[in-house]
Design a protein around this ligand. Sequence first.
Ligand SMILES: Nc1ncnc2c1ncn2[C@@H]1O[C@H](COP(=O)(O)OP(=O)(O)OP(=O)(O)O)[C@@H](O)[C@H]1O
Ligand SMILES: [Mg+2]
Length: 204
Amino acid sequence: MRIAFDGVTLAFGRLVVFDGLTVEFSSGRSTAIVGSNGAGKSTLLKLAGQFTEPDAGSVKAFDGATELLRADFRKRLAMVSPTMSLYARLTGEENLKFFAGLRGVGIDDVGGLFERVGLASGDGKKFVGEYSTGMAQRLKLAILLSTGADVWLLDEPGANLDEAGRSMVLSEIERAAGEGKLILLATNDPIEASAADERLSLTR
Ligand SMILES: Nc1ncnc2c1ncn2[C@@H]1O[C@H](COP(=O)(O)OP(=O)(O)OP(=O)(O)O)[C@@H](O)[C@H]1O
Ligand SMILES: [Mg+2]
């Protein structure tokens, strides 16, 4: 799998966020997207997932030499972002099953996934509205892991996590890259940035 940005230009009104960006990301590697607030990190992830279109240039996903149609590419990617919301009035387990179900994935081992992201087994029966921000972030990561996606777009994956949570994120990223996944992570955390295989620095 490969995501290729070719001459990507994108502006919001008079604010030019990207001006001819050409870069490629491939499977088996994690790339940290770094840069100050407003530099365009989250926007780059949205472009990579084809959730936003460039004004000029292109963003294409390839499997070998074959360009993937957006719908096929979408089935193979998963995104975690601060703007993604969970259902407050469903339990953690219900949220997990719902989001996995949207992708046609059945979850046999809820307990195993919860443990992997550092949630207690009893947390699955709690309403997400009663979760702390860090617990909700961990649940988003459990949903990501449940999908089996080949491409991970992580917007500030360590946000609101304690030290153990941040190191869990780093080891999941490392493991996923080792399994051949393509990982992009937007981050303001220097530890997260330096743990990635590569860094792309955006300037305003
Ligand atoms: N939908 C939009 N409409 C108008 N402007 C936007 C939109 N999305 C992003 N921007 C602008 O584009 C720039 C880049 O935003 P982006 O969210 O990508 O930054 P970021 O690097 O992720 O910042 P942060 O570190 O704060 O998360 C910002 O100036 C932002 O205001
Ligand atoms: Mg951002």
